[in-house]
Design a protein around this ligand. Structure first.
Ligand code: TXA
Ligand code: MG
Length: 317
């Protein structure tokens, strides 16, 4: 799909509508060369919460942030010489690079599931490239299917499955590759293959040299490849389902269980709002070096299941 393509005026109008919807925090089905993505503003945690809700994921997986080129990717992630080499060889194309997050990146914590790494990709599709350029910010997009179902490769698949939950689908024809992107983590001078996909191992290794597998972490030193799979865990112990905090602990509230107003996940009791705030609040609370982080009970319905899953992991970490 890298061949030049003239975009007619009707399609231009649909691209403009997609950009308006994304700017309003709504979700848009977007064509890429791999599979259709369920796109949302990667800088807006409420839009990201809506993605998780629409997909019905029981836990928060980190999402891929799509950008228009390497320069835009470097606003969000730290690219080592090896990462730059891979990006130059395969972008735009079916390769996702997981790199350390840039300090002043705009992508929100929820899109990265609270990790200190970020997955970035430059998709090779003229319509989505055009959306990315006009939108001007990263677009988070997992495959546009309900969790557990096959990834969609036509606009019709997306409309059938998610039609009621999204503003629109931008029809860019059937996907050329039909398989998700390959995911490679580059945290220093080694590259680790995290997911096989639309690029073969041999193609990637021709550029990167031998790829590590996630289980090679034992052999590694400080920037261990296994680190990319580890979730952010607060330094302070996390205590769940309590409604008050004492002796230097901080309370993260929910609904009527008050905390410092800066730490109420959702005063109105919305799990969507709570999801949007969760990772940022854990980080902010941890930064105050409390003796513990106490979290009020959060209901388990809808996105609450993923919130509770993440909190249980944090309390065990
Ligand atoms: O082809 C594709 O990659 C499609 C299109 C829409 O671009 N997107 C896609 O996204 O397949 P998704 O969310 O279904 O898959 C994202 C993959 C997951 O395996 C996730 O665990 C991994 O990327 N990932 C994202 N961020 C990561 C991170 N910081 N560390 C490790 N893995 C990460
Ligand atoms: Mg998927």
């Amino acid at each position: 799909m890298s061949a030049p393509l003239v975009i007619d005026s009707k399609t231009q109008a649909l691209i403009a509508s997609s950009v308006v919807a994304l700017n309003c925090g709504e979700l848009v089905g977007l064509p890429t060369e791999t599979v259709y993505g369920l796109g949302g503003d990667a800088t807006n945690p409420l839009a990201i919460a809506a993605i998780f809700e629409a997909k019905g994921r029981p836990h928060f997986n980190p999402l891929i942030s799509h950008v228009s080129n390497l320069e835009a990717a470097q606003q969000e992630g730290l690219f080592s010489p090896l990462a730059i080499k891979l990006a130059q060889a395969f972008w735009p194309g079916p390769l996702t690079l997981v790199v350390p997050r840039a300090l002043n990146g705009q992508v929100c914590d929820l899109a990265c599931a609270g990790l200190s790494t970020i997955a970035l990709r430059v998709p090779d599709h003229p319509l989505t490239q055009s959306v990315l350029k006009q939108f001007g910010r990263p677009i988070a997009a997992p495959s546009a299917n309900i969790s557990g179902r096959p990834s969609p490769t036509t606009a019709g698949h997306v409309a059938d499955e998610l039609g009621e939950k999204i503003a629109m689908v931008l029809d860019g024809g059937p996907c050329d590759v039909g398989l998700e992107s390959a995911v490679v983590a580059v945290l220093g001078s080694t590259a680790t293959l995290l997911r096989l996909g639309g690029l073969s191992r041999a193609d990637i290794e021709a550029v990167s040299g031998p790829l590590w597998s996630p289980t090679d972490q034992d052999k590694a030193s400080p920037a261990s490849p296994g680190m990319v799979l580890r979730h952010y865990a607060p330094k302070a112990p996390v205590v769940l389902s309590q409604s008050s905090a004492e002796n230097g602990a901080i309370l993260i509230g929910f609904g009527s269980i008050q905390a410092d107003p800066a730490f109420n996940l959702s005063p109105s009791g919305s799990v969507q709002e709570a999801a949007a705030n969760l990772f940022a609040f854990l980080r902010a609370a941890d930064a105050l070096s409390p003796t513990a982080i106490v979290v009020a009970p959060v209901p388990k319905d809808g996105l609450g299941e993923a919130i509770n899953d993440r909190l249980v992991r944090a309390s065990e970490g």
